[in-house]
Design a protein around this ligand. Structure first.
Ligand SMILES: Cc1ncc(COP(=O)(O)O)c(C=O)c1O
Length: 253
């Protein structure tokens, strides 16, 4: 509608985080996006602020779709949250434009290039590589997904259990078959989060994924060092929390 000339870039999270609870696109999705971007000379940006640095079982989630983006946004996992840090990874051909142009990329922040954050990130990345945490995220993540699907899918109010690596999501619905959501006014995701906290499980609730307003889900993103035994403990607590929540949610059926 707008014309390719008016579009600078396509940006997407390889696995959608807060907006829709670990929604994993079809295996061909990003290949098609990449082709469209190439055809129309549009940059493809992968927002890996949440998914990067092993979270989904690959160093960068987009790797699993077999495509290379032009730019990757990174942050959270790069310093494991211990010190604030964000960055952009660019292809050489993009970097060269700046290098051969003005020679600098004018984009300053008060704390840009912060040495403490940079040192933390170096230590974090070293640990991720030396302790095989990406592999742990993939294998223990697969186990976690299997356990969650096994234990939670049968609850009448669970619409979907999904994710990749150690980034998992659960969708809460009013009708399991039609996936009809609860009205946003009921704040179901927040209520469930409060219940789960009583069982020692911290999740990240989100709303609006069904139609922009309604639709409850939460994200579950345990540390990359989690073991299978700890997953068993987590899933047991989660199941107990879901049983307890059934008493609350049944009045809204
Ligand atoms: C996927 C994603 N992209 C971007 C951001 C924004 O990152 P920052 O706060 O580092 O600008 C977030 C923050 O939660 C995020 O989850």
């Amino acid at each position: 509608m707008e014309g390719a000339d008016t579009i600078a870039a396509f940006i997407a999270e390889p696995v959608v985080g807060a907006a829709s609870g670990a929604l994993v696109p079809h295996k061909d999705y990003f290949k098609i996006i990449r082709q469209i971007c190439e055809h129309y000379d549009i940059l493809f940006i992968a927002d890996e602020v949440m998914t990067g640095f092993g979270r989904t079982g690959s160093m960068f989630a987009i790797e699993d779709w077999g495509v290379v983006p032009d730019l990757i946004c990174v942050a959270k996992g790069m310093s494991a949250g211990y010190s604030p840090l964000g960055g952009v990874i660019a292809k050489d051909e993009i970097y060269e434009v700046f290098k051969n142009g003005s020679g600098s990329f004018v984009h300053g922040h008060t704390y840009g290039g912060n040495p403490l954050s940079a040192a933390v990130a170096v230590a974090v990345v070293k640990t991720i590589l030396e302790d095989n945490l990406v592999e742990n995220s993939r294998t223990v993540g697969e186990y976690l997904l299997g356990q969650l699907q096994d234990k939670l899918s049968s609850f009448w109010y669970v619409g979907d259990v999904r994710g990749k690596g150690l980034m998992q999501g659960v969708e809460i619905v009013k009708n399991k078959n039609t996936k009809e959501p609860f009205p946003a006014s009921l704040n179901i995701a927040e209520k469930l989060t409060v219940t789960l906290m009583k069982f020692g499980v911290i999740v990240y609730p989100g709303n609006g994924m069904a139609d922009g307003e309604n639709g409850d889900q939460f994200l579950l993103a345990p540390p990359l060092i989690i073991t299978k035994a700890e997953v068993d403990d987590l899933v047991e607590r989660m199941e107990a929390g879901f049983c307890e929540f059934e008493k609350t949610i049944s009045q809204y059926k």
